[in-house]
Design a protein around this ligand. Structure first.
Ligand SMILES: [Zn+2]
Length: 463
């Protein structure tokens, strides 16, 4: 079922190219019925609603960092809005995430009784008492460096460079090591962090001078080392996704699902007006406009938490979808930063894999009918990425290049453009309605149905 639209788009495109006397772009100029097709939904859009919600998020609430009171306020407001629009299936979906790390109170490392200066890596585990074991040098700690080695109960000595610290530690752990010492590739000591995780090995950093000293000794003999890390704490927080589900008409149900998403959290600086009160507010307006419009496709409106912590809410949602649910989902439309006066003028799309898909085709088709074509290029970095990772066609809509106020105190309501909010809302809502309206399975026979125009890839479109 997931391939349905794709097949449709190809056959439609082929037939329009073969049998249409006028070029497909002429359609928007000389065929008023095409506007009638979109007008059913886009005439209902009120940009003042969108702007009002951006103002509410940015000014009445302010920064909406995942796991804070402000995020919870935002989540409750969004859920209340969905209910007010008439949705009875509204879910607030909590998920835990790692919010921070409290450095250890004690970090020591001794080799054959002699103390060495070390620093603990961020997100290192505690040693739960002392760890004593043979110190083994494994070069850069790459996969080939540990291949065939049994490091069970040993402490791995690894040189900095080439691959991420987290990867070095993971490789050592998989080979059985119980602790890791990473030394610098210059003489100086250094401090760094592993990826936020509760399962990192106890890991410390060391200067290049000390590290090379140990490597030299190990060339001609063996060493026993003791590592102690105490008092480190991994702090947990709870963030939330908010999901409103619009069920299809029971007698006209394609069994398909379309997801519209936007993250509601923000970074701590600024008020997150563009990033991403704008996308969240357009999503709310789409939910309002489509609430009482009959569709043959289930539409899920989802605002995600903790996007700014690494796409955590969208990944939690996508990873918890069943295979059947994934199979039924024909497209995921994501909006991120869709309203700054200072971003580029062009509405654009990005896919994580750099390939066109159902979403880019629907988006470009709607843009071509209503305004202008919407090109796409390759970028992940937002909530469409986890959906692509599980095999769902997905794209993010944004304006490129991004405004200079991105993730800065300058991301405020005063820089929000109503024109851009409206353009986004029109293209998004028309795209979704194109696929979800009850006559689309018979698209080829519906005289007013617009053709599908695959989006052009434009490598010059950059964030
Ligand atoms: Zn964002």
């Amino acid at each position: 079922m997931k391939k349905y639209l794709r097949t449709l788009s190809l056959s439609l495109l082929a037939s329009s190219l073969l049998f249409s006397a006028t070029p497909i772009f002429a359609q928007k100029l000389d065929n008023p019925s095409i506007h009638a097709f979109d007008n059913k939904v886009i005439k209902k859009i009120d940009v003042e609603n969108i702007y009002g919600n951006v103002a509410y998020f940015a000014n009445s609430i302010g920064a909406r960092v995942a796991g804070t009171e402000n995020e919870k306020k935002t989540v409750d407001y969004i859920a209340a809005q969905f209910k007010q629009f008439g949705y009875d299936q509204v879910e607030i979906q909590p998920f835990e995430f790692i919010q921070g790390y409290k450095a250890p109170t004690k970090t020591t490392f001794t080799v054959d009784g002699q103390a060495f200066d070390v620093g603990a890596f961020g997100y290192s585990s505690n040693t739960q008492g002392d760890i004593t074991g043979e110190l083994v040098y494994i070069g850069l700690g790459k996969l080939e460096d540990v291949e065939g080695k049994d490091l069970t109960g040993k402490i791995a000595l690894i040189k900095r460079g080439d691959i991420a610290f987290t990867e070095k530690v993971k490789n050592a752990k998989e080979a059985g090591a119980v602790g890791v010492v990473i030394f610098n590739n210059t003489s100086a000591p250094f401090n760094s962090s592993l990826g936020a995780s509760e399962t990192n090995l106890p890991t410390v950093s060391m200067s290049g001078t000390l590290g090379e000293e140990l490597v030299n000794i190990l060339e001609n003999g063996s060493l026993s080392a003791t590592l102690t890390i105490e008092g480190a704490e991994i702090m947990k927080g709870t963030s939330h996704n908010v999901i409103a589900t619009k069920k299809p008409h029971p007698k006209h149900d394609t069994g398909q699902v379309i997801i519209l998403g936007a993250h509601h959290d923000s970074v701590a600086v600024g008020t997150g007006a563009s990033d991403n009160a704008s996308g969240t507010a357009v999503l709310l307006e789409a939910a309002r406009v489509l609430a009482n419009t009959q569709t043959d496709t289930e539409i899920r409106f989802i605002t995600f938490g903790a996007e700014e912590r690494g796409l955590l809410g969208s990944r939690f949602y996508a990873q918890n979808m069943s295979d059947e649910d994934i199979e039924r989902t024909v497209g995921m439309f994501n909006m991120d930063m869709v309203g700054s006066k200072n971003s580029g003028e062009k509405l654009v799309m990005f896919t994580y894999d750099g390939k066109e898909n159902t979403v880019t085709t629907l988006g470009n088709s709607a843009g071509s009918r209503l305004h202008e074509p919407v090109p796409f290029n390759q970028v992940g970095r937002s909530d469409h990425q986890p959906f692509t990772e599980v095999g769902i066609d997905a794209a993010v809509f944004s304006y490129a290049p991004l405004e200079p106020e991105y993730h800065s105190p300058g991301d405020v309501l005063e820089l929000i453009s109503k024109d851009k909010l409206l353009m986004t809302a029109e293209v998004i809502i028309a795209s979704i309605y194109h696929a979800a309206r009850p006559d689309t399975p018979a698209l080829q026979r519906a005289k007013v149905a617009p053709v599908l125009i695959p989006a052009e890839k434009d490598e010059d479109v950059k964030l």
